[in-house]
Ligand binder design. Structure first.
Ligand SMILES: Nc1ncnc2c1ncn2[C@@H]1O[C@H](COP(=O)(O)OP(=O)(O)OP(=O)(O)O)[C@@H](O)[C@H]1O
Length: 216
């Protein structure tokens, strides 16, 4: 799945963005299948905005974003839902866990609604063990620490099929050892599926072997 950005400029940020250099905003950029893409973005330059545009849950921009040659706007609701079920997985900066569900239920929610789940439930337990969150699986989302929430959201994203995995500052509340463990797992899963990976971060993340690095 190829993603093409053509002269994308967020409407609310137009003035600010056009005053500075960016490798992404107002440029023509193509993300090729399987690429590992680093997007370094100083605070407030629109990192989260970009991830929302790429997942097509926000559309207040000029220019266009095309997926396999077709603008996001031309996909209907069923097609978008199928893409989010099987082709694009995301970890938002605000993680979007349900407070009233347990950590395990949060991970399982999307998988159990999938008629052809990509992985069996045992995989959740294996990933939780690898990321050191087995002991919190029964805890409610509301009681998890932020670092635990990040690891649960990462596991949830890995449990579904994807051709692109997008993560918005996924390690911001993890210490180096835990971030390294999560990065190893993410890289393994992306490579096994020949999937592309897009990571946005404030700094120069060095945990992945990136194909290309952009400044937002
Ligand atoms: N709908 C909107 N209307 C006006 N301004 C907005 C809107 N959405 C976002 N902004 C502004 O756009 C800028 C970029 O927001 P965004 O959340 O994408 O930043 P970010 O780069 O992810 O920042 P951070 O690193 O702080 O998370 C911010 O200054 C924000 O206040």
């Amino acid at each position: 799945m190829q993603i093409q950005l053509s002269a994308v400029v967020p409407v609310p940020l137009r003035e600010r963005i056009l005053q500075r250099q960016s490798d992404i905003w107002n440029r023509d950029v193509t993300f090729q299948p399987g690429q590992f893409i680093k997007i370094k973005a100083p605070s407030g330059t629109g990192k989260t905005t970009l991830v929302h545009y790429l997942y097509h849950i926000r559309y207040d921009y000029t220019g266009s974003i095309s997926v396999d040659g077709k603008p996001w706007q031309d996909y209907n609701r069923d097609q978008l839902s199928a893409i989010r079920q099987r082709q694009v997985s995301v970890v938002f900066q605000d993680l979007r866990l349900f407070d009233q569900l347990s950590a395990l239920e949060n991970i399982e929610l999307k998988r159990v609604m999938d008629p052809q789940p990509y992985y069996p439930q045992e995989k959740t337990l294996e990933f939780a063990e690898r990321l050191g969150v087995t002991h919190v699986l029964k805890q409610s989302g509301a009681t998890l620490s932020y670092g635990e929430r990040q690891r649960i959201a990462i596991i949830r994203a890995l449990m579904q099929p994807f051709e692109w995995l997008m993560m918005d500052e996924p390690f911001s509340h993890l210490d180096d050892a835990n971030a390294d463990k999560a990065a190893r797992l993410i890289a393994e899963e992306c490579h096994a599926r020949k999937a592309g990976f897009i990571l946005t971060d404030l700094d120069h993340d060095q945990r992945f072997d990136y194909t290309v690095s952009y400044l937002l």
